[in-house]
Design a protein around this ligand. Structure first.
Ligand code: GAL
Length: 643
């Protein structure tokens, strides 16, 4: 059990405000109870207005002002916003979209991760910053770049990407005997199909603009390559920073962005952070139906933030923050309501309950200009307090009374695998099917039964201490992961699509899932129209996708016609369909009974998170709720000691 002190912070852009108000801003941040301030991540033009001409004096001063007021600085590297002059030096550094169109200057993230010239420029500015501020006593943490992948920027179809992809493939198909074995690639990808075989690696193009869909193996390889380019880009910055500073390094990840392997990026960093915009996400990323969007319009989805808190706790190997917390309306979703009073406080406490070390609000003051002028801050553009600031003050006062939140192991582990997400993206097999969507459905079902969850990467082999392990949708499973799950003492719930493809996206034989100790074979699969749900015997439905199951494992859930939907053998359960919440809750309740852990049927919008000796109750509803002898106000948070 690790008790941790929690802290608050904000994101500040001194370059956007007159020098005369910095002291006052810093004083007011401290007065509001903030400890951390992140700066610098979009300031490249102000730091280097012309190539090689550095102007660090203002940043020296800003750090000094903030530090002198008692704040700790997170310094961002500015590589998400290359200045306009950069394009004159490297006209081909911008990414191309899948139609081959350039993604032009005039906003941000206009770079291709594969461009060697741009990477060298990044190394240069990061080195200059690291040399200057690496030992600055006020710079207590660093952030690399800003939100890799934001605005769909992981994947680029540029010439630089093509050249790098060819090298990546050559490397992947190089063995002791053969330096770049093109025959091995042809074989692994099944290029005999449609005469797609290559004679050499430099013939392989990027998988866009083909007449019909490209080979799935080709597309998957390109996604893996694109992910590795992000990892390499980040590592380049990390290596430079480490040579000059001992301060911890981080990156701010996003909600439902899965197009690079966050676990791999996270391995090079000291802690993970993520940017939490519950109301923007509800409209834009949760995938909720209209009624649910209306119900939670001012609160956000009750499970979406929690899932990311758990995910990024894993990515940060236990250490994580919310780097950007929505403090009021945002500007970028289809509709941008103001949070229900109390929600800024609830979101903050929820993050702490999941183990966040700090929650920082984006942003300190609302900007009156440019793209995000309609995005609330803690201050209004006229510097008066904005609505969210009162709730921040309240959390700060509460933290002063009870700063520590324990963290322990959850009873349930859920495996999350970015590579599975890449494969599902390449081959969803039915409209609306996605790996993230499946994981989120399962996560919701566990949470609605009052369970706290740890997310684990697919590289995990030691599952000791968990009572239930959920592994939905792991389309690639190594033999040793299968063996580790079979050997674990937990109740293991797998499927659908478990081990359905080999590493190069072919159907393995023997047919999937081929899990030791579980005699089930998927003989065929079908995807279903959304208006064709199939009733389950005893309640609930399967929809969108199902598998035909053969074998001697015992059917534990049937459809109304008597066909097996879920089968089990010993401690292993296989779910051969996309189940609705009722169906999932039945399967999970059953597994929990077998594992001897208690479930609680929570009403809609009420969620709990257990940590160590306390239980946090969080009411996402806009109405008061009574449950288990407790009354929770709308947006209410209650900390209950556990026996
Ligand atoms: C984040 C980003 C911030 C700001 C914010 C607005 O995605 O990191 O720079 O744009 O969204 O909500």
């Amino acid at each position: 059990m690790t008790p941790l002190n929690r802290a608050l912070g904000t994101c500040y852009y001194p370059e956007q405000w007159p020098r005369e108000i910095w002291e006052e801003d810093a004083r007011r941040m401290v007065e509001a109870g903030l400890t951390w301030v992140r700066i610098g991540e979009f300031a490249w033009q102000r730091l280097e207005p012309a190539y090689g001409h550095y102007t660090f004096d203002w940043l020296d001063e800003a750090i000094e002002v903030l530090g002198a007021a008692g704040l700790k600085v997170v310094l961002g590297t500015p590589t998400a916003t290359p200045p306009r002059w950069m394009l004159d030096r490297h006209p081909d550094m911008i990414a191309l979209d899948s139609e081959g169109r350039p993604r032009k200057f005039g906003s941000r993230r206009h770079y291709c991760f594969s461009h060697e010239g741009y990477k060298a420029e990044c190394a240069r500015i990061v080195t200059a910053l690291a040399e200057r501020y690496g030992r600055n006593p006020h710079v207590a943490a660093w952030q690399t770049d800003n939100e890799y992948g934001c605005h769909d920027t992981t994947i680029s179809y540029s010439d630089a990407a093509r050249t790098a992809f060819q090298g990546w493939l050559r490397n992947r198909f190089t063995s002791d005997k053969n330096d770049g074995d093109i025959a091995a690639l042809n074989d692994a990808w099944g290029n005999v199909f449609w005469s797609m075989s290559y004679d050499s690696f430099d013939q392989i193009d990027l998988p866009n603009l083909t007449v019909t869909e490209p080979n799935l193996a080709h597309s998957l390889a390109f996604r893996r390559f694109s992910s590795d380019q992000v990892v390499a880009f980040n590592r380049m910055q990390v290596d430079i920073l480490r040579a000059h500073t001992d301060a911890p390094l981080s990156h701010n990840y996003m909600g439902r962005i899965t197009d690079f392997d966050h676990f791999k990026v996270g391995e090079d960093l000291d802690f993970a952070t993520w940017d939490s915009y519950p109301l923007g996400f509800l409209e834009d990323r949760v995938g909720a139906d209209a009624e649910r969007q209306r119900t939670f319009a001012k609160q956000g989805d009750p499970d979406f933030q929690a899932l990311h808190h758990d995910l990024y706790r894993a990515v940060g190997r236990g250490r994580w923050w919310v780097m950007e917390q929505q403090p009021g309306p945002v500007n970028w979703a289809p509709y941008n309501p103001a949070p229900l009073p109390g929600m800024v406080r609830l979101w903050t406490w929820e993050a702490f309950a999941h183990g966040a070390e700090a929650v920082c609000y984006f942003r300190w003051r609302q900007a009156p200009f440019a793209q995000e002028q309609m995005h609330a801050g803690l201050l209004r553009p006229d510097s008066a307090d904005a609505r969210g600031l009162d709730e921040v003050r309240q959390v700060a006062a509460e933290l002063a009374q009870a700063p520590q939140v324990q963290q322990g192991r959850a009873p349930v582990a859920m495996i999350f695998d970015y590579d599975a997400d890449f494969a599902w993206t390449v081959q969803p097999h039915g409209a609306g099917l996605s790996y993230f969507g499946l994981v989120f459905e399962w996560y919701k079902a566990f949470r609605s039964l009052g369970l706290s969850i740890d997310i684990l990467p697919a590289s995990t082999r030691d599952f000791a201490g968990y009572s239930v392990i959920a592994a939905p949708g792991l389309i690639h499973m190594s033999e040793d992961l299968k063996a580790a799950l079979t050997a674990s003492e937990a109740q293991v719930v797998l499927g659908p699509r478990s081990a359905a493809r080999n590493g190069e996206m072919s159907i393995p034989v023997p047919l999937p899932p081929a899990i030791p100790g579980l005699d089930v074979t998927v003989s065929y699969v079908e995807s279903l129209r959304p208006d064709m749900p199939v009733p389950l015997a005893g309640g609930g439905h399967l929809h969108l996708y199902r598998e035909a199951l053969e074998g001697t494992a015992k059917a534990t859930l049937l459809d109304e016609e008597g066909f097996a939907v879920v089968v089990a053998q010993g401690h292993l359960t296989y779910v051969g369909a996309w189940l609705d919440q009722t169906g999932l809750r039945r399967v999970i309740t059953h597994a929990c009974q077998n594992a001897d852990i208690a479930t609680i049927d929570l009403p809609e919008g009420l969620r709990i998170r257990d940590c160590g000796h306390e239980r946090f109750w969080l009411n996402y509803n806009a109405h008061a709720i009574q449950f288990d002898g407790l009354t929770l106000e709308p947006a209410g948070v209650y900390r209950q000691p556990l026996a």
